[in-house]
Ligand binder design. Structure first.
Ligand SMILES: Cc1cc2nc3c(=O)[nH]c(=O)nc-3n(C[C@H](O)[C@H](O)[C@H](O)COP(=O)(O)OP(=O)(O)OC[C@H]3O[C@@H](n4cnc5c(N)ncnc54)[C@H](O)[C@@H]3O)c2cc1C
Length: 532
């Protein structure tokens, strides 16, 4: 049981080596009493005129303290004994498996499910419709060079899933101990200790790729296998039990499928409905993506210190209520680039990614609001998906065959006038001036326009001729949920089918998707003996 010392404040240019000394002094612990000291959190408090770093430190004593001893330190403010949050070892089940478990999708949900299964001796087979990392990176380069999109392997499909070409922010508010375990895997495989304690850990797409490839090699070394360029096209479910799966490369017999298709596998959702899997429509967020020069954001957040201190490019979080409905920033990418996050040539959608250095000089973010199922025109499980498609299709017609961003200057959008020209953008395929209002439902556009006035008060200069608004940002989360049992995590009434991650409607980011995959794998391990 460690002694936690929190609220250790340091100036932004302070000497970080002093943090541990200050923690020990505040807790009244001498150096020879400790077994180890761990930095568990570093955040930045920007509420004061001059921002500060705030640290939390866990002190592990060499001898487990008696109850009386534990009183020591408690009279000090921000010093508390806390329970360790480690995961208990899994107890194996004994139900026989005739075949190895299969994992559909190698995004974070599928990858971490496969990792847990492999570490427990289950030798999973991972199947992904997209390509292996190096090939996928080449396909994306080709996309920009030739303007030809590969519908099976792109920014959304392929090794690492949507997490690969992402901002690589590893933020999580979850108290689930698996979230810490997932971060620990990222920390060990990236060699970056900050991932373990920084409040907004960031790897960037380049380092995420390294981690994903390393985890693939670990799974292979434990007997797991990967099949790329292999699309799952259907499921054979008989008497409420999964029997086999159909793929573009033939059928695979299995009674266990961890199903992690991500939120863009639209054809797969339709197939699931035909296979008798229960789905329901789900609220999701939609809006635009905004981009400013990074210097503007740094000056707003750090003030005069921006140039004096060597600080990381600043991010922001904005939110406003418009007639009782929230509009907020989403997936903000400091120093990032806007990408066409698409998998088919007829539907255009924006998102943002970055590399580790965050050095593009641009800052982009989604500005979105929630759309609820009762607002979908088409009823039924796929109503939200059809709504996304309708607006993405309009954008695709504007984007042209070079996939340029339909964009408007932010000051023009706010004033309701067209843009004749645009400031520079980070997007590699460029941008074209367009009236972007019709790219989202009218109430979404109106809400965002109102919210901009408040954002401009929170960050003066936000509405600017140097910023663009583009879109639509339609896929911030899945518009559909695959229904599942809350205890076994299996699809309703179907033994052996485990829908997980963002596509199944149970996650909204890299860490939460990985945690969901991890939990499903635990369920498999706890029920079954390892396959022969
Ligand atoms: C551009 C971008 C930036 C992002 N930035 C961040 C960020 O910084 N931090 C963060 O936490 N989150 C971020 N996200 C969100 C995050 O990437 C997703 O929440 C996460 O990847 C979801 O994980 P998943 O495993 O559920 O699905 P995905 O990562 O979408 O993976 C699904 C996989 O399934 C495969 N697949 C789909 N259908 C089939 C089929 N029929 N047969 C075989 N394989 C199939 C796909 O090829 C894909 O590899 C970002 C997303 C995007 C698009």
């Amino acid at each position: 049981m460690p002694l936690r010392v929190s609220q250790i404040r340091m100036p932004l240019d302070g000497d970080e080596s002093q943090v541990i000394h200050r923690a020990l002094r505040r807790a009244g612990i001498s150096a020879d009493e400790i077994e180890s000291v761990e930095l568990v959190r570093k955040s930045m408090d920007r509420r004061r005129r001059v921002p500060e770093f705030v640290y939390t430190v866990d002190i592990h004593l060499a001898e487990e303290p008696q109850a009386k001893e534990r009183r020591r330190g408690q009279d000090q403010k921000n010093v508390d004994w806390v329970e360790s949050t480690t995961l208990n070892p899994l107890t194996r089940g004994d139900e026989k498996l005739d075949h190895r478990p299969v994992v559909l999708g190698q995004g974070p949900a599928g990858l971490f499910a496969a990792l847990v299964l492999a570490r427990e001796g289950f030798r999973p087979l991972v199947v992904d419709r997209g390509s292996k990392m190096n090939r996928r990176v080449g396909q994306i380069e080709e996309f920009y060079r030739q303007g030809v999109l590969n519908p099976e392997s792109n920014y959304l499909f392929g090794e690492g899933g949507a997490g690969t070409f992402s901002d690589g922010k590893l933020t999580s508010r979850s108290k689930d101990p698996r979230a810490r375990a997932v971060l620990d895997v990222f920390r060990k495989n990236s060699g970056m200790d900050t991932v373990g304690y920084y409040y907004r850990p960031h790897l960037g797409s380049d380092r995420v790729r390294v981690v994903v490839a390393q985890l693939r090699r670990e799974i292979e070394s434990l007997g797991g296998a990967f099949r790329y360029d292999c699309q799952v096209t259907g499921l054979d479910i008989r008497n409420g039990k999964l029997r086999r799966i159909f793929t573009s490369a033939g059928e695979i017999p299995t009674s266990i499928l961890v199903c992690a298709p991500g939120h863009s596998a639209r054809d797969f959702y339709s197939g699931l409905l035909q296979d008798g899997v229960a789905l329901e429509p789900k609220a999701f967020q939609m809006g635009f993506r905004v981009e400013h020069p990074q210097d503007f954001v740094d000056a707003c957040i750090y003030g005069k210190m921006a140039q004096d201190l060597n600080l990381e490019p600043a991010d922001y979080r904005l939110s406003a209520q418009v007639k009782g409905e929230g509009v907020f920033s989403f997936c903000m990418c400091p120093g990032g680039e806007i990408i066409p996050a698409i998998h088919d040539p007829h539907h255009f959608n924006t998102n943002g990614m970055s590399s580790f250095t965050r050095a593009t000089g641009f800052a982009n973010s989604g500005l979105v609001t929630t759309i609820f199922p009762e607002q979908f025109e088409e009823k039924g499980p796929l109503g939200g998906l059809r709504l996304q498609e309708r607006f993405e299709k309009r954008a695709s017609e504007l984007a042209g065959d070079r996939y340029q961003l339909p964009a408007q200057r932010l000051d023009d959008f706010a004033a309701g006038r067209p843009s004749l020209e645009l400031p520079p953008t980070s997007c590699r395929s460029g941008a074209i001036p367009a009236n972007i209002e019709p790219l989202v439902p009218s109430f979404v556009g109106a809400r965002i326009r109102s919210a901009l006035q408040r954002f401009d008060r929170q960050m003066p200069g936000f509405i600017s001729a140097h910023a663009i608004l583009c879109g639509p940002e339609a896929r911030s989360s899945a518009p559909v949920r695959i229904l599942r049992e809350s205890d076994t995590l299996e699809a309703l009434g179907i033994t052996g089918l485990f829908p997980v991650g963002e596509g199944a409607g149970y996650a909204g980011g890299i860490i939460s998707a990985a945690v969901d995959g991890w939990r499903a794998a635990e369920t498999v391990v706890q029920r079954h003996a390892t396959p022969q």
